[in-house]
Design a protein around this ligand. Structure first.
Ligand SMILES: N[C@@H](Cc1ccccc1)C(=O)O
Length: 499
C-alpha cells in the first residue's frame, strides 16, 4: 500500500491493542498536531484506524485556589487559631489571630460551620474536639492540584469549583486504534507516496510544483486556532458610526486634542468662571501652557459677547473675562471645540450653508471613574448648519441615526447648555436592565455663540457618547468592560459589531 509520509507515520505510531491519544501520536510521529489530526481523519476514512472521542474535564487552580494551596484555607486557618487559643475564644481575636480580612472572614465562618470544625455562638467560637483538619478533602485536593496530580473525587472538585478555587475546563480527547485492515496494511508494508503536504517557496522557484502530487486538504480537521490581531469593537463601532453619518451626507471634521480654552469653552459662550472650566473637570496643560496665536478679531467678538451679550437686548455674564484664560491650553473635554473652529472658518475656510459636519474622536474629562464614566471617551460630534432649523430636524436626525443601530426608543429631556437653546439630553433603554441611559446631549447653538463666529443661519449640534452606544448595542452594564485592563480577551477576540 502506498500512503503519504504523515499517514504512514501515524499508522506506525498507532496500536491495535491500545487506544492512543492524538497527543501521543503527535509525539511519536514527530509531526505538528494539525498534520497528525488531518492524517488520522484520512486513515479513518480509509478504514485503517478507528477514532473515538471522549470529553475530559480538567481542573486547574484559580489564583485564589493557588493562594490557599500555598497558605491555608481560611476555615482551617480559623480552626488552627481557635485550637491555639485553647479550643475556645472570642470570634474577633480568632479572626485576627488567623490573619483573616475582607471577604475571607465570611468565607472562613461559613465553611468552618459547614465542615463541622466547630460552633459559633454569641461572639464565641469553639473548635469541635473530633475535627481533623489535616484530612480536609478540599485542602488535600488543593495540595494535589498544586503538585500537578489528578483528582478523582468529582464531588470535591465540584465543591472547589463552586468556591471558585478551581476552574474546570472540558477538552475533547481523541484516541486512535488500528483496525484489522490497518494491521494488515502495516504487515504487508507501506511505501511512501510522494504527495506533497505543503507548497514551499523552493517548489515555486524551481517549478517543481508543476509535477507535484498535492495531498488533499481535510477541511474538517481540527487545527490550532490562530489569534490574529483585529480592531477593537469600539474602534469598529466608531467606523460604523462614520459610515452611517457619511451615508447621511455628513463630512468629517478634524482638529487638535489639546487646544486653547478659547476654542473649547469661550467660543461656546461658557463663562470663564463656569464650574466645568476648573481643574475638577478639565485637564490643563503645564508645558506648553498657552496658545498665543488666536485670531484677534474673533477674540474681541467673543469677549464682547461674554461681557455684553449679543443683539440690542443682549446681556452678557458680567463676570471676569481675560484673554489669558482663553489662551490656556487644555485637553478638550468635548469635540465641540472642532465645531467652533469649523464654524469660525479657521479650520477649512468660511462655511456656506447648508453644511453637515461630524467627528468621532476622543475627549478627556477629570471625572470620577465608575460604571458609566472614564477619564477619556469617544464623542460623536455633529452639526448641521442651514436656514430655518428646528427641534424636529434635530430629533429626526437622531431617530434616523440611532435606528441604524437598532435603537428605536429614544427619549428626549430638556436640559441646559450655555451654548444651546433649546437643549436636549438623549436617552436610550438599556437592553438588559431596562434602565434609561443618557447617550448624548444636543441643541441649537445660541446667537451668543454664533454671532461672534460670524454665522448668521441656524446650527443644530450634538455630542453623543460612543461607549454608551456600545453599551446599548452590546448590553454592557459597565463601561470598564469595554475599555481598559479589565476587558475580557474573549470579548475582544469574538465580539461582532452588529448593525
Ligand atoms: N458639548 C456637549 C455636547 C453638545 C454638543 C453640541 C451641542 C450641544 C451639546 C457635551 O460634551 O456634552
Amino acid at each position: 500500500m502506498k500512503l503519504p509520509d504523515a499517514q504512514r507515520a501515524v499508522l506506525e505510531a498507532a496500536s491495535a491493542n491500545e487506544a492512543r491519544s492524538i497527543d501521543r501520536l503527535t509525539a511519536e510521529a514527530d509531526l505538528p498536531d494539525p498534520t497528525v489530526v488531518g492524517a488520522t481523519f484520512t486513515l479513518e476514512e480509509e478504514g485503517l484506524v478507528t477514532l473515538t472521542e471522549r470529553v475530559e474535564t480538567d481542573a486547574t487552580l484559580t489564583e485564589e485556589g493557588r493562594e490557599y494551596a500555598d497558605t491555608e484555607l481560611p476555615e482551617l486557618a480559623l480552626h488552627e487559631a481557635v485550637v491555639a487559643a485553647g479550643g475556645e475564644t472570642d470570634l474577633g481575636s480568632a479572626i485576627d489571630e488567623a490573619g483573616l480580612n475582607g471577604p475571607q472572614v465570611d468565607i472562613a465562618l461559613s465553611n468552618f460551620s459547614r465542615k463541622g470544625y466547630g460552633t459559633i455562638d454569641s461572639g464565641q467560637i469553639s473548635a469541635a474536639p473530633d475535627a481533623n483538619p489535616t484530612d480536609d478533602p478540599e485542602r488535600l485536593a488543593l495540595a494535589a492540584l498544586a503538585d500537578g496530580e489528578p483528582i478523582d473525587d468529582e464531588s470535591v472538585l465540584d465543591g472547589l469549583a463552586g468556591r471558585n478555587l478551581v476552574a474546570r475546563e472540558e477538552t475533547t480527547v481523541r484516541e486512535v486504534t488500528l483496525t484489522d485492515d490497518g494491521v494488515t496494511a502495516l504487515m504487508e508494508g507501506i511505501e511512501t507516496t510522494d504527495t506533497v503536504g505543503a507548497l514551499t517557496p523552493e517548489m515555486l522557484t524551481t517549478g517543481e510544483w508543476r509535477d507535484a502530487d498535492f495531498a488533499a486538504y481535510n477541511v474538517e480537521a481540527d487545527a490550532e486556532r490562530a489569534q490574529a490581531g483585529r480592531l477593537h469593537p469600539l474602534r469598529r463601532t466608531a467606523e460604523r458610526v462614520t459610515d452611517v453619518l457619511v451615508g447621511m451626507g455628513f463630512e468629517e471634521m478634524d482638529g487638535p486634542h489639546a487646544d486653547a480654552e478659547f476654542w473649547i469653552n469661550d467660543c461656546l459662550f461658557m463663562p470663564q468662571d463656569h464650574p466645568a472650566r476648573t481643574h475638577w473637570d478639565q485637564f490643563t496643560l503645564a508645558d506648553p501652557d498657552a496658545i498665543d496665536d488666536l485670531p484677534d478679531e474673533l477674540v474681541a467678538g467673543v469677549e464682547h459677547a461674554h461681557r455684553e451679550g449679543v443683539g440690542p437686548d443682549g446681556d452678557g455674564y458680567h463676570s471676569p473675562w481675560s484673554a489669558d484664560v482663553a489662551r490656556r491650553l487644555s485637553l478638550r473635554g468635548h469635540t465641540t471645540s472642532l465645531s467652533a473652529r469649523h464654524l469660525a472658518g479657521v479650520a477649512t475656510g468660511e462655511l456656506e450653508p447648508p453644511q453637515r459636519l461630524f467627528s468621532v474622536e476622543k475627549v478627556y474629562r477629570n471625572d470620577t471613574l465608575d460604571a458609566t464614566h472614564l477619564l477619556e471617551f469617544f464623542q460623536i460630534e455633529g452639526l448641521v448648519m442651514a436656514e430655518d432649523l428646528s427641534v424636529r430636524d434635530l430629533m429626526g436626525t437622531f431617530t434616523e441615526f440611532y435606528a441604524q443601530f437598532g435603537i428605536t426608543d429614544l427619549e428626549f429631556k430638556p436640559t441646559y447648555n450655555p451654548y444651546t437653546e433649546p437643549s436636549f439630553e438623549l436617552f436610550g433603554e438599556h437592553p438588559t436592565t431596562g434602565e434609561l441611559v443618557e447617550i448624548g446631549n444636543s441643541g441649537l447653538f445660541r446667537p451668543e455663540m454664533l454671532d461672534p463666529l460670524g454665522v448668521d443661519c441656524d446650527v443644530m449640534a450634538w455630542g453623543l457618547a460612543l461607549e454608551r452606544l456600545l453599551m446599548l448595542t452590546h448590553g454592557f452594564e459597565d463601561i470598564r468592560d469595554v475599555h481598559g485592563t479589565l476587558v475580557d480577551l474573549d470579548f475582544l477576540r469574538n465580539a461582532e459589531v452588529v448593525y
